[in-house]
Design a binder for this molecule. Structure first.
Ligand SMILES: Cc1cc2nc3c(=O)[nH]c(=O)nc-3n(C[C@H](O)[C@H](O)[C@H](O)COP(=O)(O)OP(=O)(O)OC[C@H]3O[C@@H](n4cnc5c(N)ncnc54)[C@H](O)[C@@H]3O)c2cc1C
Length: 318
């Protein structure tokens, strides 16, 4: 018996969620009195995972996995889970993770719970707390099957150092490249993506037009944040669709979400509920977003944002 964790990477480097799922898997393994094994796919150096408790790393290097394909990733995770006799498989709950988890569950005839926010409150019965109803509520779910697949919600458990003397083994998979070729056409270089960002600066129709996004990009740069927007903004072509956040856009689980000139419609809030601290800047004190905000500034974005940039720059320089 072991706990297998899939440590996802991008261009050879581990995502922050990878370190979080390894930390999580280590804790679950402790609860079960077993060891944690991390699986890496095309990561250049796996040793970083020892810092977060991975006693063993199984490394798969294969060009067939250069582009994400849910069935193939699930197949190799299943293959390693069987080889390692893993009864618990842990992945993240990113969009890729949400595709992969149920396929692994079918392969292993396992119960599957995604958007999990904590380690099991009990291992017998195996009980997990998860977010539900667009992150507005929690539910406690019991998995009764022998094998279990857990999808951990980003930023819910956190990254915890737990240094061990791990070792890495290579694994030769039997999986080959799929007949259907998928290509990634959206590539962001040198910028933080919404999915990976700790801080997201988002703006809405209150900004009046695309020509006013300079200050939003400047604020993002000062904070090392990703930029995002509301749906009408991308529908109007002011910003690319890849930045659209919400029920029909991308979900954001950042530590800090700054919403500027966004009303806070329910469809927008559905995408940002999982963010920890929400700051709202809006001229209308009755804007619904203030009800969801941790901090609110009633004011004109064209006055508030430049002042914020000035103060942040001065703070960083001091
Ligand atoms: C099926 C469906 C799915 C949808 N999915 C999504 C989704 O995924 N994401 C999403 O965002 N929307 C979604 N929508 C649209 C959603 O209902 C809202 O229409 C949208 O979120 C509003 O965008 P907004 O807040 O930018 O614009 P508005 O509603 O026009 O609000 C602009 C806000 O800016 C404020 N403002 C104006 N001037 C300033 C200023 N100078 N400084 C500061 N504040 C100012 C105003 O007070 C106002 O609150 C969906 C709608 C439907 C029907």
């Amino acid at each position: 018996m072991s706990v297998l964790v899939f440590a996802d990477s991008s261009e050879g480097k581990f995502k922050k969620t990878a370190l979080e799922v390894v930390s999580y898997g280590k804790k679950v393994a402790e609860q079960l009195g077993t060891n944690v094994v991390a699986l890496t796919i095309n990561a250049s150096d796996s040793s970083e995972l020892y810092t977060y408790g991975a006693e063993k790393v199984v490394s798969v290097t294969n060009d067939a996995f250069n582009t994400f394909n849910a069935k193939q990733y699930a197949a190799v995770i299943t293959e390693v889970a069987k080889a390692e006799k893993a009864t618990v498989v842990v992945v993240d709950s990113s969009i890729d993770g949400l595709y992969v988890a149920p396929i692994i569950a079918v392969n292993l005839e396992a119960g599957c719970v995604s958007n999990v926010v904590d380690v099991p409150s009990s291992t017998s019965p195996f009980t997990l707390k998860r977010k539900t109803f667009s992150n507005k509520a929690f539910s406690n779910t019991v998995i009764s099957t022998e094998h279990k697949v857990i999808g951990v919600a980003k930023n819910s458990y956190g990254v915890h150092e737990n240094v061990v003397a791990g070792n890495t083994e290579t694994f030769e998979t039997t999986i080959v490249a799929p007949g259907v070729k998928s290509e990634k056409i959206e590539r962001v270089t040198g910028k933080v993506t919404i999915a990976d960002a700790d801080i997201v600066v988002s703006a809405g129709r209150g900004l009046k037009g695309p020509e006013n996004w300079g200050m939003i990009e400047e604020l993002s740069e000062v904070l090392g944040a990703a930029t995002a927007c509301s749906k009408p903004v991308s529908d109007l072509g002011w910003r690319p669709h890849s930045e659209h956040v919400g029920q029909t856009g991308k979900p954001v689980a950042a530590n800090l979400y700054i919403a500027i000139g966004i009303s806070g419609a329910i469809q927008h809030l559905a995408g940002i509920n999982a963010s920890k601290v929400k700051v709202v800047i809006n001229t209308d004190p009755e804007a619904p977003f203030f009800k969801a905000a941790d901090y609110g500034i009633v004011g004109d974005a064209f006055e508030v944002v430049p002042k914020l940039i000035e103060k942040l720059k001065a703070f960083k320089a001091s």
